[in-house]
Design a protein around this ligand. Structure first.
Ligand code: PMP
Length: 308
């Protein structure tokens, strides 16, 4: 296992210490944020002595879609992208939970409309739970509007989109909130700066639809599937008005990095009992079992890093 200093990343075809991976300052990625990326997670299963990457091919498919929508000259097959993730995790000999960034960027000396040359890096980092067990978030509704499909598509996971996330997050932290919830152009609930949102009302799980200017989140789609399939819940994808948040029974945010985290207050209005609700806890526990390989039928979503 490597400590942070000797962290190895895959960079332009080689596995190198992170401090040796340098990017040209004039490249479109460094000047204009011309890059697309994925945030992955891998989980260590100590009983099986195995490291599992969660839904790797789904992340790579989304990355391929981002490359296509950005008009980059693509040189990377999905199989190759999958292999470099595995190779990088193997090189680091991880035996713990981690997050991993896979970024395809515009290199060279072109401007913001260049289409190549592209290159890639894969950078893992050991990381357990993002939030502590008992934690929940105090969030505000942002005064910033979420980017939308007619300007900067939230479906493309590109670096530049996170400048909208940044504006919302800075405002939230400035006003002493943990995070924020954006409304979209239509004024309905969209997503957080780096996570999607669910609410529970009268036992029904409700989440904004893909048309609400959100990322097509892999965690969101996982939760919809397992809530229906394993928790026998009704799940509805529909527009959510801001005022519904204040009277929801439970709210939680979800994403690969944050996993599932409850929201305790919205704009200082307490959500439900102001603690992690039963539905949120059930979904979170099932999700954390699935990603670690403890639920046989969902091993189809896992990629083993080490040979059996
Ligand atoms: N929305 C945004 C803006 C995000 O950055 C993320 C994190 N990737 C998500 C939603 C959640 O997506 P996923 O579940 O695929 O990680």
């Amino acid at each position: 296992m490597n400590n942070k200093k000797s962290r190895l990343i895959w960079f332009k075809g080689h596995i190198v210490p992170v401090e040796n991976a340098k990017i040209n300052v004039l490249s479109p990625t460094s000047q204009f944020g011309a890059n697309v990326f994925e945030g992955l997670r891998a989980y260590w299963n100590g009983d099986e002595k195995q490291l599992y990457v969660f839904r790797l091919m789904d992340h790579i498919n989304r990355l391929q879609n981002s490359i296509k929508m950005m008009g980059f000259d693509n040189e990377f097959s999905s199989d190759f992208m999958q292999q470099v993730v595995i190779d990088t995790l193997l090189a680091n000999n991880f035996m713990e939970d981690l997050v991993c960034r896979q970024t395809v960027f515009l290199d060279g000396f072109g401007n913001w409309s260049a289409t190549g040359p592209i290159d890639m890096f894969v950078a893992p980092m050991a990381q357990g739970r993002y939030y502590k067990k008992s934690e929940g978030l105090d969030v505000c509704v942002s005064s910033w509007e979420r980017i939308n499909e007619r300007s900067l598509s939230p479906k493309i996971k590109m670096g530049a989109n996170y400048m909208n996330s940044r504006m919302g997050q800075l405002e939230a932290v400035h006003n002493e909130y943990d995070s924020t919830i954006f409304l979209n152009r239509e004024g309905t609930v969209s997503e957080g700066p780096g996570a999607c949102i669910f609410m529970v009302k009268c036992g029904v799980l409700i989440t904004p639809p893909l048309s609400a200017s959100i990322l097509d989140s892999i965690t969101r789609s996982t939760i919809i599937d397992i809530a229906r399939e394993d928790l026998d819940m009704e799940v509805i994808e529909r527009d959510v008005e801001k005022d519904e948040l204040y009277v929801a029974d439970e709210i939680f945010m979800c994403g690969t990095a944050v996993e599932i985290v409850p929201v305790f207050n919205v704009d200082k209005v307490q959500v439900g009992q102001g603690v992690e609700g039963r539905v949120t806890l059930n979904i979170k526990n099932l999700y954390l079992d699935i990603v670690r390989g403890k639920v046989e039928k969902y091993k189809k979503w896992l990629t083993s890093v080490y040979a059996d």
